[in-house]
Design a protein. Structure first.
Length: 234
């Protein structure tokens, strides 16, 4: 379980997170929602050690993360897929995947690769191709697969649907829900498309100007007309 308590972060004089507190339970999808500038990406960057917190704590399964360098996070079970589908285009699909396994500090074996290829058959078909030939959807699958190579217990995903066709978004979201149900993986999902995110999430947290304004099960948030119109845009 990921426990975030009174977490605050700033960029110079601008406070991006203001005493944010919530939990993301094991084996569930927790969606973090809100308008642009609400603090969603900063939240993930602070949890994963890419941005230093000004106060508060982050714990994963009882281990404090808020003072841990970003490069040690995979060894503690946390993987972060930032916005932007950052693959190394000069490397092959398989080489990109193998890099993900190195983050856990152990040798990558064939079972790790086959597990990802079973989840993403299109990557298996393109394993020897360089990543620059992949479509946007295939690159998103590759960065998720690369994160899964470290066998995390908590996966942070930032805007995985951005710029993708609805059909591809649906495939990726269904895969995430399946991973959570079959492997007890926890997912903290930042997503601008609130309707799609709530359709697969178990719980939702709504941010506004760096503060939590709602924290409830996904179905309750989706049914709250006032909340949806004020903060979620649907």
């Amino acid at each position: 379980m990921l426990t975030i308590s009174e977490l605050s972060a700033a960029y110079g004089p601008v406070r991006a997170l203001d005493r944010v507190s919530f939990t993301a339970e094991r084996g569930r999808v927790t969606a973090v929602l809100g308008a642009n500038g609400a603090g969603k990406t900063t939240l993930l960057r602070t949890v994963s050690g890419l941005h230093r917190a000004d106060g508060g704590t982050v714990e994963l399964d009882g281990h404090r993360l808020d003072q841990v360098p970003a490069d040690r996070m995979p060894g503690l079970g946390l993987a972060h897929v930032p916005e932007g589908r950052g693959v190394i285009t000069e490397l092959t699909v398989e080489e990109n995947l193998r890099l993900g396994g190195l983050g856990r500090g152990r040798r990558v074996d064939g079972a790790d690769l086959e597990r990802v290829y079973e989840l993403f058959p299109v990557l298996a078909d393109r394993r020897a191709a360089t990543a620059h030939v992949l479509s946007g959807g295939e690159r998103q699958m590759l960065v998720i697969g690369r994160a899964l190579m470290a066998r995390p217990t908590m996966l942070l995903l930032d805007e995985p649907s951005l710029g993708l066709a609805p059909r591809i978004v649906g495939q990726i979201f269904e895969l995430l829900r399946g991973l959570v149900e079959s492997e007890s993986l926890s997912v903290l999902l930042v997503e601008q498309n609130a309707r799609s995110a709530l359709s697969i999430a178990h719980r939702g947290v709504v941010l506004n100007l760096g503060r939590v304004v709602a924290d409830d099960d996904a179905a309750t948030l989706a049914a709250d007309d006032q909340l949806r119109h004020a903060y979620l845009g649907f």
